[in-house]
Write a protein that binds this ligand. Structure first.
Ligand SMILES: NC(=O)C1=CN([C@@H]2O[C@H](COP(=O)(O)OP(=O)(O)OC[C@H]3O[C@@H](n4cnc5c(N)ncnc54)[C@H](OP(=O)(O)O)[C@@H]3O)[C@@H](O)[C@H]2O)C=CC1
Ligand SMILES: O=C(CO)COP(=O)(O)O
Length: 446
């Protein structure tokens, strides 16, 4: 029997942490259990709302809309609703605009009925309007339900906007367990991605001195371990296992809200996912679920960490290298111009791409190399183990299985570091001059 998370331990009080920070979240209610839909009216009333505005799309309405409205009507709670008609809902300016146009000014809380995209749209629009929001989850597909950021696409670039957390997250395990299996395995992929993102965070702490909180990292690690323990029961849609996955996803979101950004939940594996998502969108290709791409990204990043810990560097000659910015800039522009013309973090003057900053990092890498190797070995399961876990659940593990070409794999290893200003393995590869050779090796494997 798997260990259980107690999410209530993190709600309703400030946590004075050994990292020196005080962590808190405004999330008040987590109800992920059997028959949670019947308790939705009570949660709305407890929080003091009278006029909810329900936001869903055709798929998520089919999954939960009728049950939600039946319960609200029985409890005499009047509501208004908006159901997006789009087949593939994209969280961009147009979609946000249509939500704004449908917004009834007399509502007092927005209730997202759905998963990642609907949650982000409601999170962001409620934040801009100065209103509270809640989420009724329809699939355990990603960990953003209670995070503070909203992942939106503006000017073709996948950008995380600071917003706020919902006051409540409600998930009925019968509804969650009935979600498409692909969405459930996407949630698993998003969770397994924490292995590499937590290691990226630790690397950033060791090499650049970035803030790191061991308590939060351990919290997320515990959630990952519970999900790994539950993987066989997840396959059978066991409601208890689905509850465990959903709670792990919620916990990961609490970790993001504690830090105030997505550092404990998003590293290089996520940057691959964002890069591929932008490319797919620009090329008009059918989108692939976020967590599915993250799972594949996690396997690639694990493989590259396995390669890195075998390296023996000559740091003196690494520091003497010049860098051909013009050639690199051309490569980046060629890659990004259709997908994300807004990306501009390439210039030599930025901290990550400046040679004297690179050399400072190389000095630390040299001094701490044995600690770094040890940390890599202690932090990651093997890539083979992760591949087998995902494929046992029928989830793809290789880029080609979701239509990602070897070229897109290579480009992501070189360029996905520009998607965010965040130190990860991809920056270590750039600093040590390994990006191109790793990109070729990994692309040839797939
Ligand atoms: N803010 C944050 O911290 C985070 C945000 N994200 C973001 O979340 C998004 C991905 O969310 P994800 O949940 O993977 O995917 P989506 O919310 O995009 O949903 C994917 C598909 O599943 C449909 N769907 C949802 N629930 C059900 C159900 N129960 N039964 C049948 N179909 C259903 C959706 O319909 P439809 O498309 O019509 O909605 C859609 O077709 C990305 O934009 C990602 O960047 C991810 C992690 C963290
Ligand atoms: O997807 C996320 C966590 O799963 C959020 O990541 P970003 O902040 O990189 O968008």
């Amino acid at each position: 029997m798997a260990t259980k998370l107690n999410l209530n331990d993190y709600l309703g009080h400030n946590m004075n942490c050994t990292c020196g920070e005080e962590h808190k979240t405004n999330l008040k209610i987590v109800d992920i259990d059997k028959n949670a839909v019947a308790r939705l009216p009570k949660h709305i009333e407890t929080l003091g709302y009278k006029n909810p505005f329900l936001v869903a799309d055709v798929n998520t309405w089919n999954a939960a809309g009728t049950q939600v409205t039946k319960e609200l009507e029985t409890a005499n709670i009047s509501y208004k609703k908006y159901i997006f008609k789009d087949n593939e809902l994209v969280p961009d300016e147009k979609t946000l605009g249509s939500l704004m146009m449908a917004f009834p000014r007399d509502c007092d809380v927005i209730v997202a009925i759905g998963s990642g995209t609907l949650n982000d749209l409601c999170k962001f629009s409620s934040f801009q309007l100065g209103l509270d929001y809640m989420v009724f989850a329809t699939a355990p597909s990603m960990d953003g339900f209670v995070s503070i950021g909203a992942a939106l696409i503006t000017d073709y670039v996948k950008t995380t906007y600071q917003a706020h957390v919902p006051l409540a997250v409600i998930g009925d395990t019968d509804i969650l367990a009935a979600a498409p299996m692909e969405m459930i395995t996407a949630g698993l992929g998003d969770i397994l991605g924490k292995y590499t993102c937590l290691l990226d965070w630790k690397m950033a702490h060791i090499i650049t001195g970035e803030y790191y909180c061991k308590t939060i990292a351990d919290m997320v690690k515990e959630a990952v371990e519970i999900v790994v323990e539950e993987s066989t029961r997840i396959k059978d849609r066991n409601p208890e296992a689905i509850k465990a996955v959903t709670e792990a996803l919620v916990l990961s979101g609490i970790a993001m809200s504690f830090v105030g950004n997505s550092r404990p939940a998003s590293g290089s594996e996520h940057h691959f996912s964002h890069y591929w998502e932008m490319k797919f969108q620009a090329e008009g290709k059918k989108p692939v679920l976020h967590g599915i791409k993250v799972g594949i990204g996690m396997i690639i990043v694990t493989k590259m960490y396995e390669m890195l810990e075998q390296e023996h560097f000559d740091f003196t000659s690494l520091k003497e290298r010049s860098f051909d910015y013009a050639a690199w800039e051309k490569k980046v522009n060629d890659c990004y111009q259709d997908a994300a013309p807004g990306i501009i973090a390439l210039e030599e003057k930025t901290q990550k791409n400046n040679l004297s900053e690179r050399n400072k990092r190389l000095t630390i890498l040299e001094e701490k190399w044995s600690e770094i190797v040890q940390t890599i070995r202690e932090s990651l399961p093997s890539s083979a183990e992760m591949e087998s876990l995902l494929s046992c659940l029928g989830a793809p593990t290789k880029p080609a299985q979701i239509g990602i070409s070897p070229q897109l794999v290579e480009d992501a290893i070189l360029l996905a570091k520009e998607v965010r200003n965040r130190f990860t393995l991809l920056q270590i590869l750039w600093d040590t001059g390994l990006s191109e050779s790793y990109a070729k090796t990994i692309a040839n494997l797939h």
